[in-house]
Design a protein around this ligand. Structure first.
Ligand SMILES: *[C@@H]1O[C@H](CO)[C@@H](O)[C@H](O)[C@H]1NC(C)=O
Ligand SMILES: *[C@@H]1O[C@H](CO)[C@@H](O)[C@H](O)[C@H]1NC(C)=O
Ligand SMILES: *[C@@H]1O[C@H](CO)[C@@H](O)[C@H](O)[C@H]1NC(C)=O
Ligand SMILES: *[C@@H]1O[C@H](CO)[C@@H](O)[C@H](O)[C@H]1NC(C)=O
Ligand SMILES: *[C@@H]1O[C@H](CO)[C@@H](O)[C@H](O)[C@H]1NC(C)=O
Ligand SMILES: *[C@@H]1O[C@H](CO)[C@@H](O)[C@H](O)[C@H]1NC(C)=O
Length: 366
């Protein structure tokens, strides 16, 4: 009996040894692969994708602009004679991680039935057209409808139910015509009633705040019930952003709507800013700056935006594209547009806004 017990025992011990060691191996393998997955995920989630450098990549651009539906003539640099094409061949490389390439079919699947709205000035227009070009390049045969209403411009990929919308708003806050003239109202944002029903909102603002003379679309400015002829423009911008922040905290439902606010759009009108005193403007620039910092540093308005966002309680993603865009002194139309006027403010398409939308895709899917 002693013998049998011993034998049984040793079989049992062997069995348990094998069983547990298998369990252990399995566990450690699972642990290992979970760990890897976690590491990869946290690499993109904890990585600052807005910090990095531009690298040459011959697989770019992501589309041929001559195929883009309804591309605005301000952005179609190749069509208007831009002789160089190296500027089309740069990919954004974050310092701490790799980012996925823009995946149009995946984007359309994920955002089925959704309204994605860009709110802002012509930079929003630039960016909206980039996304339409990117998605169209992914599904060139799908049915697109474009409807220009009085308030916004709605492009829909009918087969996917995805709408890409531009809402032009130069100041975010309202301009109203009153007896004394056109009044810019720093405390009023009525269009928010339309914005709050969207699924994704990407805000851009800044370009119009320093306009004066005939290009200024208002006569008076109203601040806290007082009507003024003018005021410090940076203060006015700060107050408008405060109004915007209050709107987010009061009306946005974070369960429905994802809100992003874009950093300041840089311009390139003085080569001293990028250590090239010979450059009067952006026209002769054909390559990005090396490295990941811009000699002049960030525009002052960028700090105003950051301050405003830091006081908002609801989740808002700071879409931090200022520095990576500053490095692209080569990516503006320059004189290569329909009227040969100088433009070192907007961006050629294909081009930089495609990277913004690639980063938008990452911000929305992570
Ligand atoms: C873009 O498409 C146009 C028209 O089909 C063509 O003439 C041009 O060569 C294409 N450009 C590139 C870079 O492939
Ligand atoms: C495209 O979609 C519109 C609106 O749904 C529809 O009227 C039209 O017939 C469609 N065209 C094609 C070619 O499917
Ligand atoms: C845009 O157009 C599509 C298709 O007509 C529609 O379903 C969607 O609601 C529109 N979006 C807005 C914000 O009007
Ligand atoms: C921009 O720079 C180019 C090249 O230096 C020059 O020929 C052009 O006149 C400049 N344009 C303006 C409006 O200053
Ligand atoms: C800009 O480029 C044009 C055409 O290549 C050239 O004639 C001109 O000298 C350049 N200007 C400067 C300031 O580099
Ligand atoms: C930028 O980097 C490239 C590639 O490393 C190099 O060929 C080029 O000379 C650099 N340009 C400047 C202005 O440092």
């Amino acid at each position: 009996m002693g013998f049998v017990t011993q034998r049984m025992c040793s079989i049992l011990v062997t069995f348990f040894l094998i069983f547990f060691s298998c369990l252990c191996v399995a566990n450690s393998e699972q642990y290992h692969s979970n760990n890897l997955k976690l590491r990869k995920q946290s690499q993109v989630t904890s990585c600052n994708v807005y910090e990095g450098t531009w690298v040459f990549d011959n697989s770019y651009p992501l589309y041929n602009s001559s195929n883009c539906p309804k591309l605005r003539k301000e952005f179609d640099c190749q069509k208007y004679g831009r002789p160089d094409s190296l500027y089309l061949k740069y990919r954004w490389q974050p310092k701490q991680c790799d980012i996925p390439r823009f995946d149009g079919p995946d984007f359309l699947r994920r955002f089925k039935g959704k309204n994605i709205m860009y709110v802002g000035d012509s930079i929003s227009y630039n960016q909206m057209q980039s996304l339409v070009c990117l998605l169209h390049a992914a599904v060139p045969d799908s049915n697109i409808t474009a409807v220009k209403g009085s308030l916004y411009y709605n492009t829909t990929f009918q087969d996917y139910g995805v709408s890409i919308i531009l809402f032009e708003s130069h100041y975010l806050v309202d301009i109203e015509v009153e007896a004394i003239g056109r009044v810019l109202k720093l405390d009023s944002m009525k269009n928010g009633n339309i914005w709050k029903d969207m699924d994704v909102l990407v805000f851009t603002n800044w370009l119009w705040w320093y306009r004066r003379g005939p290009k200024q679309p208002w006569d008076y400015i109203e601040d806290g019930g007082k009507v003024l002829k003018d005021m410090d423009r940076m203060d006015a911008f700060r107050k408008a952003l405060k109004t915007w922040g209050r709107w987010v905290d009061t009306y946005v439902d974070p369960g429905k709507t994802k809100v992003l606010f874009q950093g300041i759009n840089p311009t390139h009108y003085d080569g001293i800013d990028w250590n090239n005193p010979r450059a009067i403007n952006c026209t002769n620039e054909t390559t990005p700056l090396n490295g990941s910092t811009y000699p002049k540093g960030l525009p002052e308005a960028e700090y105003v935006v950051r301050d405003a966002l830091s006081t908002i309680k609801k989740p808002v993603h700071f879409f931090d594209i200022a520095t990576l865009s500053q490095l692209r002194k080569d990516a503006h139309p320059g004189h290569y547009n329909y009227d040969k006027g100088l433009d070192c403010t907007h961006w050629c398409l294909a081009g930089l806004p495609d990277t913004w939308n690639q980063l938008l895709y990452i911000a929305l899917t992570n």
